[in-house]
Design a protein around this ligand. Structure first.
Ligand code: HEM
Ligand code: HEM
Length: 188
């Protein structure tokens, strides 16, 4: 099967390169973990070590997602022309739009997350190794609005990503084409 490297010779590849695939599944895993941690800490009472620990894990994983997202966007801008679209016409427009919406929602979500922490006394901290100092001052009223936006955006991401994943599964199991296979790692 043609791979990303052969595209460097001039043709466009029919599958994503390994780095894009790694970043894609890392993003998917992090988004699910971030959503999951928030759902679980909701069951723990305020101020308990369990709740504080999960929030701390959420923020650390959120910082990791910010780094993965940044890397992913830069890498995509540098390489996307090397991968040929898997579908054409309206399907191409619709899938590109969904991908763009996911990128925009994730960038917004990471920004809201950082702003929520900057509004509190403790700066966002990465597993106790370093913290990200506040770049802007956020007052309590704005913090409340951003908190609401963070909560709504979380559900939007899950809904759009769910639709996106369902479309990928339909391609694989119903249409039986290569759309999902080109985002799945191959051996060798
Ligand atoms: C796709 C990524 C993310 C998802 C799906 C997500 C999801 C959520 C959800 C569902 C909540 C609970 C909201 C509520 O019920 O009011 C929450 C709260 C929060 N998130 Fe995120 N989040 C993400 C990224 C981030 C990032 C990148 C950061 C920071 C670096 C962050 C920091 C926070 C903080 C500080 C809270 C409030 C915790 C508290 O109650 O004190 N989140 N997040
Ligand atoms: C939170 C979860 C997910 C997020 C945020 C996400 C995000 C994205 C984004 C932004 C792209 C566009 C890549 C590009 O820049 O070209 C993409 C592509 C893709 N994703 Fe996901 N994804 C998620 C989960 C999944 C799942 C669970 C599946 C499979 C069941 C999947 C299958 C695919 C496939 C096959 C492509 C390539 C589509 C094409 O060839 O045009 N994704 N994903």
């Amino acid at each position: 099967m043609q791979n990303f490297d052969s595209a460097a010779a001039g043709e466009r590849a029919t599958r994503y390169d390994r780095f894009t695939i790694t970043l894609h599944w890392l993003t998917a895993g992090l988004v699910l973990a971030l959503f999951g941690t928030a759902q679980i800490w909701d069951f723990a009472a305020r101020g308990t070590p369990m709740r504080l620990g999960l929030i701390s894990l959420h923020v650390s994983l959120g910082i990791l997602l910010a780094a993965v997202l940044l890397l992913r966007i830069v890498w995509r801008l540098l390489t996307h022309r090397r991968v040929a679209p898997a579908v054409s016409g309206l399907q191409h427009v619709a899938s590109t739009l969904v991908h763009l919406i996911l990128y925009v929602l994730m960038v917004a979500q990471v920004s809201y997350g950082l702003l929520i922490r900057w509004a509190s006394a403790n700066a966002p901290d990465f597993f106790g190794l370093f913290s990200i100092p506040a770049l802007v001052v956020v007052d309590p009223a704005t913090r409340r609005v951003i908190g609401e936006l963070h909560s709504v955006t979380a559900w939007l991401i899950i809904a759009v990503a769910g639709l996106h994943a369902a479309a990928a599964l339909v391609h694989h199991y119903v249409l039986r084409d290569q759309v999902l296979a080109r985002m799945v790692p191959t051996r060798g």
